[in-house]
Ligand binder design. Structure first.
Ligand SMILES: NC(=O)c1ccc[n+]([C@@H]2O[C@H](COP(=O)([O-])OP(=O)(O)OC[C@H]3O[C@@H](n4cnc5c(N)ncnc54)[C@H](O)[C@@H]3O)[C@@H](O)[C@H]2O)c1
Length: 252
């Protein structure tokens, strides 16, 4: 069965930035498939979008599992049609000092933040080519692709790697009319960061260091993804669209 709308698969979209992307993609006329490792949360997120009048479904999978990714793409294709836009959003940040972090934790960050987007993008792109789709692949990186602190060494390494992976896919897929880009969010209030930004000192930091004087909201990131996923953005590939309220203008 095929839906009338183009299909967007968004990973890690049960909450946070991924869900904000899902809301904006739905509003822009996409059928959104919510992927998340958390099955219940993914189902609830998709139901929430349908209640708001949108076309949405869900598929739970750990995106670092290659077989699960193939099964997910098969299932989406059978139920709705092939994926036109893939948004690699799922990510983790364990916040452990680079002198304390163990190998398993470091490797897990790289597996989910870097290896998983590689596996899923390669698998999805092969199908986009087979279906002759003008596909869109968007990677959610971070300002941490350029700078870090001692407790985000694994995370920053994964995001810097992700930026270069995006460029390699842009080179490989351009001849097929498929664009690949990144969105680098600044400071966004989500479950990943809430413990930090809801304290007084960090809140004051945002007011003075972010020109637009507020934290980012997930839907701010969603609107940048909508731009890069649009059919009209066919000549934009290999770029990072930093979406940080102006933070990098003063702090790089
Ligand atoms: N919040 C920020 O300030 C910020 C800034 C820059 C970049 N980012 C990036 O944005 C993305 C989303 O971050 P967030 O703040 O919304 O985080 P979050 O922790 O609120 O949400 C992440 C979601 O990904 C899911 N997930 C985790 N591992 C998964 C896996 N293996 N397979 C499938 N789903 C998985 C989680 O269940 C969760 O629903 C991440 O890539 C993060 O690095 C966030």
């Amino acid at each position: 069965m095929s839906t009338s709308l183009p299909i967007a698969l968004i990973t890690g979209a049960a909450r946070g930035i991924g869900f904000g992307i899902a809301e904006e993609m739905c509003a822009a006329g996409w059928h959104v498939v919510i992927n998340d490792i958390n099955q219940d949360a993914a189902a609830k997120a998709a139901a929430h979008l349908r209640d708001a009048g949108h076309q949405a479904s869900h598929h739970a999978a750990d995106v670092s599992n290659e077989q699960a990714n193939e099964h997910m793409l098969d299932a989406i294709e059978a139920a709705h049609g092939p994926v036109t836009a893939l948004v690699n959003n799922a990510g983790i940040c364990p916040f452990v000092d680079v002198m304390e972090i163990d190998r398993a934790t470091f490797s897990r960050t790289l597996e989910i933040n870097l290896v998983a987007p590689f596996l899923l993008s390669q698998a999805a792109a092969k199908r986009m080519i087979a279906h002759k789709l003008a596909g869109r692949i968007v990677f959610i990186t971070s300002l941490s692709e350029d700078f870090t602190n001692a407790s985000q060494g694994d995370y920053a390494a994964s995001k810097a790697g992700l930026r270069m992976l995006m460029k390699a896919f842009a080179l490989a897929l351009g001849p097929h009319g498929i664009t690949c880009n990144a969105v680098a969010p600044g400071h966004v209030l989500t479950e990943m960061t809430r413990h930090h930004w809801e304290q007084a000192e960090p809140a004051a930091y945002i007011k003075t260091r972010v020109p637009l004087a507020r934290l980012g909201q997930p839907r701010d990131i969603g609107r940048s993804v909508v731009y890069l996923a649009a059919a009209s953005t066919e000549y934009v590939s290999g770029i990072t669209l930093t979406t940080d309220g102006g933070f990098s203008a003063a702090n790089n």
